[in-house]
Design a protein around this ligand. Structure first.
Ligand SMILES: Cc1cc2nc3c(=O)[nH]c(=O)nc-3n(C[C@H](O)[C@H](O)[C@H](O)COP(=O)(O)OP(=O)(O)OC[C@H]3O[C@@H](n4cnc5c(N)ncnc54)[C@H](O)[C@@H]3O)c2cc1C
Ligand code: SF4
Length: 539
């Protein structure tokens, strides 16, 4: 059995960022990824392949609380969900780290303050080359440094929209974007500012994702080994149950990942092969649902309810935002190519408009006609007056995010055969509906047809059903009390001395902004703790 200083399981926002942070230390690190490298191919930018045929979505079947099967929108590849993400890289608001009163209940406080996370947000923004502009968003928290890169400019229709929002008394701002765009020198810009970004992989590797800016730079260090097609299926502990001693991995296909060699030295085909690895420290970062699954399936005599689950919190408190993707019809055509440059947070907290938080308004990638195939509500509402091409030409696409509150009964569970059940009931529906109405009431002022604010049914579904797991979080929450949380403030399992979790599972509440930057920042924070524990420096 091969032994390492650190094993990281999962190479997405949490694991990929941690790998990059630890790699310069010279410690022996094994990065396990169940998927392969995402292929670079023309289909990366094809709406029909990506949105209609779900080319990069895993074939997994999960079950909802009523036992109904569904295909979750998960992506198993190097870089994880960040390969497809919209790269809107927001900090949580400072207030989100405290307790917040919502219409449907309390959004609980985090065990660490915003101030403790702030330096890592700054580092994560630098690492992921976030483009933004401080001082425009009224809810923006304190930042110790300006953005390294200027905000991505608005295209004319979005600039007009920003002006209209401002004229209506709101405070639109330039959204923080993780794209490697150099508008001052386009011949040298990695990003070509295309329309196929949000929800698509970037064919030219110009999106700030965890493969390009996490795993690839980590692999420049010979002490880090990546194994692809390597699914961790069980964590075994010492007899006392106090430390993970073996990571059991199932290999699909024969891929040693990075050319640093086959760590088993076996040279065998990996088809169906099981291997075990050990490390002083094991970090799980499989995404919120799969991390819960791995821990629950690692039950033993000492951990009968699942590894590190004495609190019975593993798998519980699943959250994923009460989101709505909606489409407004502009009176003027909307020829915008890269639409995701604007945000509005005037309804984020309690306001004059309502005594409770409603959430965040931002843009999503510009929709195109090919994405509407199968979107029946859209066709029913607009046909026959509009052709789908007309809709696409005039569509302005918004993403509304309302905070989803943690609830014990919203949970991931796994049966003896490994069948994953995701039981979920949304919270904060009133806040979600209010946010929708708030935007709808503004349409006339925004140069849109007043009565058309229409749900989108592609991957960004309205009132996203359980399959829309893009923003999954919360299944392994951190806290200071071992009876009500699975992890401590350093994201170490309360009950297992060498086991950490750095994906979005650790979130005790999810706020109403996109989660990836917080996962990245936290991975850097936990990474500093691990470097100290290993007696290493970051190089
Ligand atoms: C279409 C889409 C758009 C999005 N847009 C945004 C956005 O604009 N802004 C934002 O902040 N967030 C966005 N998100 C969400 C964001 O991508 C996630 O919050 C973030 O990637 C979560 O990071 P993670 O580390 O928890 O999990 P992931 O990034 O999903 O990483 C988990 C990794 O673990 C691997 N894995 C799973 N199980 C195992 C196992 N047993 N063994 C080995 N490996 C395993 C997976 O293959 C994957 O690579 C979007 C997501 C999607 C899908
Ligand atoms: S907009 Fe830029 S980063 Fe996004 S997919 Fe296109 S080239 Fe890549």
């Amino acid at each position: 059995m091969d032994s390492y200083d650190v094993i990281i399981i999962g190479s997405g926002a949490g694991g990929g960022t941690l790998a990059r942070h630890l790699a310069p230390s010279g410690k022996r690190i094994l990065l396990l990824e169940r998927g392969d490298w995402l292929p670079r191919e023309p289909q990366n930018w094809s709406a029909a392949d990506v949105f209609v045929d779900n080319r990069y979505v895993s074939p997994d079947t999960w079950y909802d609380g009523e036992g109904k099967p569904f295909q979750p929108q998960v992506h198993y590849c190097v870089g994880g969900a960040t390969k497809m993400y919209g790269a809107a890289l927001y900090r949580m608001r400072a207030e989100d780290f405290g307790e917040l009163k919502h219409h449907d209940g309390i959004s609980p406080a985090w065990p660490i303050s915003y101030e403790a996370m702030e330096p890592y947000y700054t580092k994560a923004e630098q690492l992921y080359q976030v483009h933004g502009s401080r001082g425009e968003d009224p809810t923006e928290p304190f930042a110790s440094a300006p953005y390294d890169h200027p905000a991505v400019s608005h295209e004319p229709r979005i600039a007009q929209l920003a002006e209209s929002f401002a004229a209506a008394g709101l405070h639109p701002f330039h959204a923080p974007c993780g794209v490697m765009l150099n508008e001052g020198n386009m011949p040298y810009s990695n990003c070509v500012r295309c329309s196929t970004c949000d929800g698509f992989p970037c064919l030219v590797h110009a999106k700030s994702d965890a493969e390009v800016l996490g795993v690839r730079p980590a692999l420049e260090h010979a002490n880090l080994t990546l194994l692809t097609n390597a699914e961790a299926v069980e964590l075994r502990t010492n007899p006392g149950g106090t430390a993970v001693t073996e990571v059991v991995v199932e290999r699909a296909g024969d891929h040693a990942g990075n050319g640093h060699g086959d760590p088993t030295g076996s040279g065998q085909s990996g088809e169906g092969r099981r291997e075990t690895y050990s490390a002083d420290i094991v970090v799980v970062s499989c995404g919120a649902a799969n991390t819960a699954k791995l821990l629950l399936e690692s039950a033993s005599d000492k951990h009968p309810n699942g590894l590190a689950n004495g609190s019975d919190q593993v798998g519980r408190n699943y959250m994923f935002h009460n989101s709505q993707a909606v489409l407004a019809i502009s009176k003027e055509p909307n020829p915008t190519v890269f639409q995701k440059t604007l945000g509005v947070n005037d309804y984020y907290f309690a306001s004059d408009a309502w005594e409770f938080p409603m959430g965040n308004i931002q843009m999503v990638g510009k929709s195109v006609a090919a994405m509407y195939r199968g979107e029946k509500p859209l066709m029913t509402k607009l046909a026959p007056t509009f052709s789908l091409a007309d809709v696409a030409e005039h569509a302005v696409d918004f993403w509304l995010s309302t905070e989803d509150l943690p609830q014990q009964e919203n949970r991931v569970s796994v049966d003896r055969d490994g069948k994953l059940t995701l039981s979920y009931h949304p919270s904060n529906n009133t806040a979600r509906d209010r946010l929708f109405e708030q935007l709808r009431s503004l349409l006339g002022n925004l140069g849109m047809h007043e009565h058309h604010l229409i749900p989108r049914w592609a991957y960004l579904e309205n009132k996203i059903p359980v399959a829309g797991v893009a923003h999954q979080a919360g299944t392994c929450r951190f806290g200071s009390d071992p009876s009500s949380s699975a992890l401590n403030e350093n994201c170490r399992a309360h009950e297992v001395d060498n086991l950490y979790v750095v994906d979005t599972s650790f979130f005790p509440s999810i706020a109403a902004v996109n989660p990836a930057l917080t996962a990245m920042a936290n991975a850097l924070r936990v990474g500093d703790h691990l470097l100290q524990r290993l007696g290493a420096d970051g190089g």
